[in-house]
Design a protein around this ligand. Structure first.
Ligand SMILES: [Fe+2]
Length: 369
């Protein structure tokens, strides 16, 4: 709580805060949120490809794997210039996730950074930092215990024994906020309470997942669309006995990133429900394979250990949801606290440009079968 108090957050009415006004109950209300078209400025698009302002100021730039994940050492996110923020947006678009350790960052500064990169998502249901809508509280222990009982155990916390009906959203690979009309671009998770060990996060690259496919299969998927759903459920007022339903949106399953111009595979096990234009059986089989490509290829993933960090400092991960998936490794089993705040900047209406290259094509790497 020290970071929140130092950051000027009023905790007198308790913590965390739940959005109290206009919480949508019905599906149509949920769907109406941000259903407008709004302009999006891609900050990474015109940034210096060499990122001289960002890299020049950093003490060290460490690529954690070949395909995904970079750590920047010696910079404070709160102090970045606009030029450095643009270059960081491009770096995240290229590397999928970028890490900064030992950050002094208030919720207000985190929100301002998110505002720069896009329209900050203000969730109608998620717990948040009091007085700062858009700064979501990430606190699994609270989420699991606040309803009186926890359903997460050692046996069911992992993907291998995941049951989507009983344990929705626990430790599965996913991409954030894909049910939005203009889904999530950058998400910035800042952890200020980190277990000594456990609670790592894994990200996987959507560019590399796409490049794992054969050239023929890529051609088949290019231009196809899929149905994406929300993590939260709402009631259908026209079908009251159907029980809570998820919001659905249609997006391309291969999308072009506006900053890099590269194609990425845009599907995830938790929230992509079907591919349009093929039969339900075909859709299930294809999606299951595509999820596996993301999840089983360790060479296109990075696993990040958040801690340790100095007292009073936190660790930031900024990732691009348009070109990646992530999951928590839930091995800390609630025994130790893990707490942080998250700000998500929504991006463009997803598009597929048939002329855009894959990452390997753009970088001149071999595409041999
Ligand atoms: Fe997530």
């Amino acid at each position: 709580m020290r970071r929140l108090e130092e950051g000027g957050v009023d905790l007198s009415k308790g913590y965390p805060e739940r959005p109290s006004k206009d919480v949508p109950i019905f599906l149509d209300e949920g769907l109406a949120i941000r259903d407008d078209d709004y302009p999006y400025i891609e900050r990474g698009k015109n940034a210096d490809p060499e990122k001289k302002a960002l890299f020049g100021a950093a003490k060290e730039v460490i690529h954690l794997t070949k395909h995904i994940g970079t750590e920047i050492v010696g910079l404070q996110l709160a102090d970045l210039t606009d030029q450095q923020k643009d270059e960081l947006a491009l770096l995240v678009a290229e590397r999928a996730v970028v890490f900064f350790r030992e950050q002094k960052l208030s919720p207000k500064q985190q929100l301002e950074l998110g505002d720069y990169w896009g329209r900050v998502e203000k969730h109608p249901k998620q717990i948040q930092v009091p007085g700062f809508p858009g700064v979501t509280t990430v606190w699994w222990e609270y989420r699991l215990k606040s309803n009186g009982k926890s359903t997460v155990t050692f046996k069911n916390s992992g993907y291998g024994s995941w049951d989507s009906n009983k344990f929705s959203g626990i430790s599965t690979f996913h991409t954030d906020l894909v049910h939005e009309k203009q889904p999530a671009g950058l998400t910035h998770l800042h952890l200020d309470e980190i277990p000594d060990h456990g609670g790592d996060t894994v990200w996987a690259s959507g560019y590399a997942a796409y490049d794992k496919l054969s050239e023929e299969f890529k051609k088949f998927l290019d231009g196809k669309k899929g149905v994406f759903v929300s993590a939260h459920k709402y009631l259908d007022r026209n079908d009251p006995f159907a029980g809570p339903k998820r919001i659905e949106r249609v997006h391309p399953i291969v999308r072009t990133h506006p900053a890099t111009g590269w194609k990425a595979l845009f599907v995830n096990r938790e929230l992509t429900k079907k591919i349009l234009g093929v039969s339900p059986v075909e859709s299930d089989i294809i999606l299951s394979y595509l999820f596996d490509v993301y999840e089983k290829n360790a060479d296109i993933q990075v696993r990040f250990k958040w801690g340790p960090t100095k007292p009073g400092y936190g660790v930031s991960a900024i990732w691009d949801n348009r070109i990646s998936q992530h999951r928590i490794i839930y091995d800390h089993e609630e025994s130790v606290p893990r707490h942080g705040t998250r700000v998500t900047s929504l991006a463009e209406l997803p598009f597929f440009d048939e002329d855009s290259p894959s990452q390997r094509e753009a970088l001149g790497l071999p595409l041999d079968e």
